[in-house]
Design a protein around this ligand. Structure first.
Ligand SMILES: *Cc1c(COP(=O)(O)O)cnc(C)c1O
Length: 393
């Protein structure tokens, strides 16, 4: 009996949790109530929300809610099986065609999440004899996708095209296929990948490029198509868009206010993924509600550029007002403030919460240096931004 007790006290799970706590890396979930938006109720207190990826404020938009409700009434709550086995709804194809139209690609494929889109796509495109070169700050799903693929995975220094060129020069010839992977907007930093230079290197070394536009779609570019549009790559690097070498990934769950992920690219790429991407083949199709909400969001993004313009007015206003040597360079709607220790970031975030501002601390192992991450929304009002400026800077 005593021995069992002893074992329980020393159980590795408890010991690991204790280690995580001691490092101030421990995480837990806070409860939010009401509709998503610029103001939310967090643990019973009204706060201005700087923690959301809902950049355009669409997740609480009545038009998305109505579309989701109508789809649920017409098609039920679940998709009841994988699309290949059970069949899919017209809505699924309509959404894929809307994504392809926004991205100006031949076709698109929706997955249950952006995470699964990356896992499934990378592991379908490359294998044991291949090479994946990824930015060191890439999202977890890109890194895990490379591991799952069993390709040789090598990181290059963050946004460092000299380092990437050197690694391509050194390793490319030893492998069959090569895939370059990068976030377009880096989700925990707010800076942008140098996509024109990256595409030029890919072309020179005959590599495929996977660009993850999770934080770019709906936000960056004249029509909200993302960073490839923002950098003018779609006109200049046309060859990449016709032969399936450029793979655009993203999520329906950030600016599109829904849930799910997508891949956009050439018709043969999408056809190949429908036949080879395990995280698409062996999983249930997107729910009618999520599909319809994302479709409504894309229509709004196309028809109402004013929402995106308002987001950028907010971002530019905030950037003009704040000056701190502790700011990470940002070219997006994500703004991060550096702290020396996880505890310092946590304490500051807690103080801000008490002052009515929800601004989460991001700590290792998510990022190398602790920070507070502010995510700006189109639906923030001037007074929300002024309160933030007063409290934080
Ligand atoms: C959020 C995010 C994902 C995951 O998307 P989900 O749809 O939330 O699974 C993938 N890549 C990047 C860069 C992200 O920021």
């Amino acid at each position: 009996m005593e021995e069992i007790q002893e074992q329980q006290n020393n159980y590795w799970l408890d010991k690991s949790l204790e280690t995580i706590r001691r490092a101030n890396w421990y995480r837990s979930v806070r409860e939010v109530s009401g509709l998503p938006g610029a103001i939310i109720e967090l643990e019973g207190r009204r706060v201005i929300n700087f923690a959301s990826n809902d950049y355009l404020g669409l997740a609480g938009d009545p038009r998305l809610i109505d579309a989701a409700v109508a789809a649920t009434k017409n098609y039920g709550t679940g998709s009841t099986g994988s699309r290949l086995l059970t069949g899919h709804r017209k809505l699924h194809r309509e959404l894929e065609q809307a994504i392809a139209s926004l991205k100006q690609t031949e076709d698109a494929l929706v997955f249950s999440s952006g995470y699964l889109a990356n896992l499934g796509t990378i592991s379908a495109l490359v294998g044991k004899n291949d090479l994946v070169l990824g930015d060191q700050y890439n999202h977890s799903s890109l890194k895990k996708g490379a591991i799952l693929s069993q390709a040789t995975a090598i990181d290059y220094a963050h946004c460092d095209m000299l380092d990437l060129a050197q690694k391509l020069h050194q390793h490319r010839a030893n492998y069959r296929r090569c895939l370059l992977t990068t976030d377009s907007v880096f989700s925990m930093d707010g800076d942008l990948a140098p996509l024109p230079e990256l595409l030029a290197l890919a072309s020179k070394y005959q590599a495929m490029v996977l660009v993850d536009e999770a934080h770019g779609t709906g936000v960056m570019g004249a029509t909200g198509a993302g960073c490839l549009e923002y950098f003018g790559c779609r006109d200049r690097e046309a060859a990449f868009f016709t032969n399936g070498k450029l793979i655009q990934i993203g999520t329906l769950s950030k600016a599109l206010g829904s849930l799910g992920g997508y891949v956009a690219g050439s018709a043969n790429l999408i056809d190949f993924l429908r036949n080879r991407a395990a995280t698409w083949i062996y999983t249930t199709g997107l729910s009618p509600a999520d599909t319809a909400a994302a479709l409504a969001a894309i229509a709004i993004i196309k028809e109402e550029p004013a929402i995106r313009k308002q987001l950028w007015r907010n971002v530019n206003y905030l950037k003009q007002q704040i000056s701190s040597t502790n700011l990470f360079p940002s070219e997006s709607s994500i703004i991060c403030l550096k702290f020396d220790t996880p505890k310092a970031a946590l304490d500051r975030s807690q103080q801000l919460q008490e002052a009515g501002i929800f601004a989460p601390a991001i700590r290792p192992p998510t990022v190398p240096t602790s920070r507070i991450r502010l995510s700006i929304m189109a639906t923030h009002e001037m007074q929300h931004l002024d309160t933030l400026i007063r409290e934080i800077f």
